[in-house]
Design a protein around this ligand. Structure first.
Ligand SMILES: NC(=O)c1ccc[n+]([C@@H]2O[C@H](COP(=O)([O-])OP(=O)(O)OC[C@H]3O[C@@H](n4cnc5c(N)ncnc54)[C@H](O)[C@@H]3O)[C@@H](O)[C@H]2O)c1
Length: 341
């Protein structure tokens, strides 16, 4: 399957779904999206199709085994068949969850996404990595299962809370470090829609070239080694945690050379974030190591792979063992302690 990303409008969404080659549609919809848009869009009534809707708890609350069980049992109870098409309607949490349901129901049914957050539009809905969380660590129970369609409707961003907008912008900043043309778009104040498109196409291309993440797709993990741990320790949104993760990597492995670029991009994107969450305190390396050990980026019991950007648009992968990493961090404790962007 190659995923098709297309722009659409609220009016056209119904037509897109009506054109799917199936008589049975399942919709997994984020609770808040349901309250905001169900009545207006009326996707539960599509001519010529039976539509079964499962309302998901909002955001991350859906990504666990209990909700997974409740959702699949609900659909199976209603009766589904091999040609059923599932639609994820919400942010990245909803698409991660729904994609995992689609990957496992009847050993895999087709699915599509209507992303409603900035983060889902530029990142989470693209590439077919789908997952739910284990009790302690995110995304450990999952699969690779690409969606057929991603229907982009920027209108949804009008109701997105500012903190969620900021999270998506953090991921955009990541793309700007990975790809020079995206960097240039941000610097020259291009329209947000143009930037979203560029990020989406960049990720789609990478994930098509390396679907199972054995090679170059790994660069997308820039900032994530520390990011995932910081997200958990300080209860940060995903993109903001990635932003701090990238800054920390730059300090450790690039002599802080890109910190000014990160600052400039941050200001161009109007990301309202300045002092690091640990400002004036020690960087929480022990806690981070505990969490990193459980993360998927470990490639053996001791080693993990990290992404380093020495020059904008030219990321490198580097394998480090945890002891060396802790040691490298201790060498830059002072810079980390005073880190502001
Ligand atoms: N599969 C991947 O490649 C990938 C990549 C990055 C992130 N992710 C995952 O994405 C998840 C985060 O997703 P997210 O940041 O999109 O947020 P989310 O799906 O958790 O949603 C965040 C909040 O925003 C609300 N919301 C969503 N759209 C809205 C809208 N248009 N108007 C008003 N409220 C809205 C939701 O109800 C929720 O409360 C994490 O679980 C992360 O692991 C996956």
């Amino acid at each position: 399957v190659n995923t098709k990303i297309s722009k659409t409008t609220s009016d056209n969404l119904k037509k897109e779904i009506a054109a799917l080659p199936t008589d049975l549609i399942l919709i997994i919809i984020d609770h808040n999206i349901s309250s905001l848009y169900s009545k207006v869009l009326n996707l539960q009534e599509i001519e010529g199709k039976k539509v079964i809707v499962w309302k998901a708890p909002d955001g991350e609350k859906v990504k666990n085994i209990k909700e997974y069980e409740s959702c699949v049992e609900y659909f199976l109870d209603k009766g589904i068949h091999r040609k059923t098409h599932l639609i994820a309607f919400g942010g990245g949490a909803t698409s991660d969850f729904a994609g995992f349901v689609a990957a496992t129901l009847l050993r895999g049914i087709k699915w599509s996404v209507i992303p409603t957050t900035l983060l889902a539009m530029v990142d989470a809905s693209i590439g077919g990595k789908v997952a739910i969380n284990s009790k302690e660590v995110k995304n450990l129970i999952g699969a690779f299962h690409k969606p057929e369609n991603i229907w982009m409707n920027y209108k949804f961003l009008e109701t997105l809370p500012p903190e969620e907008m900021k999270s998506g912008k953090g991921e955009i900043l990541k793309y700007a470090l990975l790809e020079k043309s995206i960097h240039d778009l941000v610097i020259k104040d291009a329209q947000m829609e143009e930037i979203i498109n560029a990020c989406g196409s960049f990720k789609l291309k990478l994930t098509e070239e390396d679907f199972q993440e054995t090679g170059k797709r790994k660069i997308l993990n820039l900032g994530h080694t520390f990011g995932h741990a910081l997200e958990k320790i300080y209860n940060l949104s995903h993109g903001v945690a990635v932003l701090w993760g990238m800054a920390v990597m730059d300090i450790i492995y690039n002599q802080s050379k890109n910190l000014n670029v990160i600052k400039e991009l941050k200001s161009k994107l109007s990301i309202d974030e300045e002092k690091s969450p640990w400002i004036k305190r020690d960087f929480p390396m022990e806690k981070i190591i505990e969490l990193v050990k459980k993360d998927k980026k470990m490639v053996s019991n001791f080693d993990l792979e990290v992404v380093v950007v020495h020059e904008i648009g030219k990321p490198d992968l580097k394998t480090v063992d945890l002891e060396t990493l802790a040691n490298d961090v201790s060498k830059v404790q002072n810079e980390l302690k005073n880190l502001s962007l």
